[in-house]
Design a protein around this ligand. Structure first.
Ligand code: ADP
Ligand code: ASP
Ligand code: MG
Length: 441
């Protein structure tokens, strides 16, 4: 079996949904199709939740009505027959009645997550209605029946696998299954999600759960590019990369992939392909275990980083100091991205600021603590980049005009990370683009 995941732009217009229908019916291999919400919907749902959270019901109502109008304009262009149109009207009515009821009850976080789930529920049901109209046999698989996360919001892969295999076993002769990306149940059995961009993660988890032959991520660009196309003018797609390279790029800001979406596929050695719905025959990017290339392959940037420096003369020649520092972050479940140390100071970066005050207070017992907000990590990725002659030199040469706050090199073979103030992010990405890649061919 294979997995085909389509992102928001790929289902965001009626004609795109028709294209998706063409793509999923091209081959013979049984396929699980994972769909995101129509582009713009999750942002709109976030806006509705925010309005409700702040008690502004009038604004929430206005936002619900705007989104409702979008769907009322969408389905007549998607469907032809009166029967299918009536089904779509019923689906849209059900979901917008639900949103409107929320205007009358008190708001909480669980309700907010229910709101966020509406996008994927709507897109998959409308798409399934289209398949029905065209008499394309398919099975609707509600993701909430098998996707789950534990109390630390980590996906429960063994459980997902067991449940999904049991469901699929009921349909031995079917070849098309449609399910929602992003949404899941949490340990309290409430509706939850895999964070923004989470449909990629769903696709990879589903692929791992059933040991799929391939996990295809269909989006609006022809694969992973060597730099952020939203920031840099000149970028090019990368034909092949390793799981490690892709994981690093996803984690450090390449928006094309959810930050955690590589590990499930990597765990089961399932190739991941990044493909363009609008240009289905473009090569895209193949992500797999072993790749022969070396040197800098791509650059990404992650915003919203805070650097924390702990300085103490007690650290000199002392052992156990780092452990005590890390324990503070562990206590507050705050992951660290980058670390650099000297004899008398440690600098770390975090992006989850929920417990920054408590962390700062506890670290102060070890020495002076300095906090720099609004930083960005620039991540330079490539197989064996740390061992490639001249690679570090060309990275640092490219950044000659930019104040660099931290450099992390040698932690892994395929990454050099640089911390700069966020105001230098664009300049850093552009300078590196010219400095580290060969654009002559
Ligand atoms: P989808 O809705 O299909 O999940 P996303 O918007 O999440 O699509 O991801 C695709 C977008 O990621 C592209 O349109 C592009 O602007 C952005 N992007 C950022 N960095 C990269 C990169 N290195 N390579 C390709 N795309 C990238
Ligand atoms: N619809 C969700 C979002 O916009 C999940 C996804 O698109 O991957 O974040
Ligand atoms: Mg995405």
């Amino acid at each position: 079996m294979k997995i085909m995941k389509f992102g928001g732009t790929s289902v965001g217009r009626p004609e795109r949904m028709h294209q998706v229908k063409d793509l999923i019916t091209r081959g013979d291999e049984p396929t699980i199709v994972v769909l995101s919400a129509l582009s713009g919907t999750t942002n709109a749902l976030v806006g509705i939740g925010e309005a409700l959270a702040s008690g502004n019901k009038a604004l929430a109502k206005e936002r619900i009505d705007t989104l409702h109008a979008h769907y009322l304009a969408f389905y007549p262009a998607l469907l032809q027959t009166a029967e299918a149109k009536a089904k779509a009207e019923e689906i849209i009515k059900e979901h917008f009645e639900f949103l409107n009821i929320l205007l009358k009850i008190s708001f909480n976080e669980a309700i907010n997550r229910d709101i966020l789930a509406q996008g994927e529920l709507l897109s998959t049901k409308l798409f399934y209605t289209l398949l029905g109209e065209l008499q394309i046999p398919a099975v609707f698989l509600p993701a909430l029946d098998f996707m789950s996360i534990d109390e630390n919001s980590e996906p429960e892969l063994p459980k997902i696998s067991e449940k999904l295999k049991a469901i699929l076993a009921q349909y031995p002769n079917e070849r098309l299954f449609i399910t929602q990306g992003y949404i899941c149940k949490n340990h309290r059995n409430e509706v939850d999600n895999l964070k923004r961009g989470g449909s990629d993660y769903t696709a990879s988890l589903v692929a791992a759960a059933i040991n799929a032959s391939v996990c295809e991520i269909w989006t609006d660009i022809d694969g992973m590019h060597n730099n952020d196309p939203r920031v840099v003018d000149r970028t090019r797609p990368i034909a092949e990369m390793s799981f490690d390279e892709a994981a690093e790029l996803a984690y450090f800001g390449a928006k094309i992939l959810h930050p955690a979406s590589i590990w499930p596929a990597q765990l089961h050695n399932i190739p991941v392909k990044l493909l363009n719905t609008m240009q289905p025959d473009a090569g895209g990017t193949l992500i797999k275990a072993a790749v022969e290339t070396t040197g800098v392959k791509a650059i990404a940037a992650k915003d919203g980083i805070t650097a924390i420096k702990i300085k103490s003369s007690r650290m000199l020649l002392a052992y156990g100091f780092l452990r005590r520092i890390f324990e503070v972050f562990e206590k507050y479940k705050t992951p660290i991205d980058m670390i650099t140390t000297s004899e008398v100071a440690v600098s770390v970066t975090i992006d989850d600021l929920s417990h920054l005050e408590q962390i700062q207070a506890e670290l102060q017992s070890f020495g002076t603590v300095e906090i720099d907000r609004n930083q960005a990590i620039i991540c330079v990725v490539g197989n064996k980049v740390a061992e490639t002659k001249g690679a570090l030199q060309s990275v640092l040469d490219s950044l000659i005009d930019i104040p660099v706050r931290m450099v992390s090199f040698g932690g892994s073979k395929h990454n050099v990370s640089i911390l700069v103030d966020a105001q230098y992010k664009t300049q850093a990405l552009k300078s590196l683009n010219e400095g580290v890649f060969d654009w002559s061919n």
